[in-house]
Design a protein around this ligand. Structure first.
Ligand code: RIB
Length: 306
């Protein structure tokens, strides 16, 4: 059995339209290919962690509909513990509408559905699983009070908390103090610190602000450039890998899932970031969120070659 990871977060079905470019407001664009894939930041991170070798439990809500059923079947086939994935009879499963440009970049709108009512009570009902985990992984696609409850349970039990602050949302120091590792991208780092992250120096300044607010370690993801790490004894860029991007959707999620496994396995921060960068690089070479998350063997073979 791998290291124990619990993910509390969202599950969506992604409806993807390939477009020559992202349409402007009021504009209609023709010619797109349509695809669906399992997605949602929480579910993507859970699947990525399971495929990277973690023993994963997922705490979430899906609707009592075709999408919810399909998502749960996917979790089970990835050997994820779904005891705390509730079937919501009143709200539909989350849906994300994704425009995917030819350069692999995207634009996403989410109808939260059942994700929006994942409650602190749902989180408390998973208390024992969170307390016995090595790492708790959180994002911000479910209500903030539920994110806070999960982080409090973990912190009291001495479980490390990884927070991927996506989608971007202002966070109080009360939550940031509960976070062991935070993993914003450039724009999320800017929203949390009011520092525009454009290069290594500005990434370091933003990271220091988050450390002063009580976070132990800050990893700012910089797309293909890699990841900036600031911790007590470390301030360094870990370079990313150059690959041909087909679809960058969920690259950040795959990064976080793989990072959780590497940290739980007690790899050094530098090794963990390299492992997570490799998983994220592999993910952008395939279409779709969960379909693109690589398995452990693929990550190790990629690392051996680079
Ligand atoms: O991070 C990518 C994810 O964001 C997609 O899978 C979509 O569902 C949205 O939640």
């Amino acid at each position: 059995m791998g290291s124990k990871i619990v993910v509390v977060g969202s599950s969506n079905i992604d409806m993807i339209v390939k477009v020559p470019r992202i349409p402007k407001p009021g504009e209609t664009i023709l010619g797109g290919v349509f695809a669906t894939a399992a997605g949602g930041k929480g579910a993507n991170q859970a699947v990525a962690a399971a495929r990277a070798g973690g023993d994963v439990g997922f705490v979430a809500r899906v609707g009592e509909d075709m999408f919810g059923e399909k998502s749960v079947q996917g979790f089970i086939s990835d050997r994820i513990n779904v005891n705390h994935v509730k079937i919501d009879k009143k709200n539909p499963s989350g849906v994300a509408l994704i425009f995917l440009g030819e350069d692999g970049e995207n634009s996403i709108a989410v109808a939260s559905g059942a994700n929006g009512v994942l409650s602190p009570e749902d989180v408390y009902s998973a208390r024992k699983v969170i307390e016995s985990a090595d790492i708790l992984v959180l994002q911000l696609e479910v209500p903030l009070e539920s994110v806070r409850s999960a982080a409090e349970i973990a912190t009291k039990a001495g479980v490390k908390v990884i927070l991927n602050p996506a989608p971007a949302c202002p966070l109080g120091d009360d939550i940031l103090k509960l976070v062991t590792i935070i993993t914003p991208n450039e724009s999320e780092a800017e929203l949390l610190t009011a520092i525009k992250v454009v290069d290594e120096k500005s990434a370091e300044r933003a990271a220091k602000v988050l450390i002063e607010k009580g976070v132990e370690t800050v990893l700012i993801t910089l797309g293909p450039k890699g990841v900036w790490i600031t911790s007590r004894n470390l301030s360094k860029l870990v370079s990313g890998f150059v690959v041909k991007a087909i679809d960058t959707t969920a690259a950040g999620d795959v990064f976080n899932g793989a990072l959780a496994v590497a940290v739980a396995e007690k790899k050094s921060l530098l090794e963990a970031a390299r492992f997570a960068n490799a998983a994220a690089a592999l993910s952008v070479t395939k279409l779709g969120a969960q379909p693109s998350a690589p398995v452990r063997k693929e990550i190790e073979e990629f690392l051996a070659k680079h």
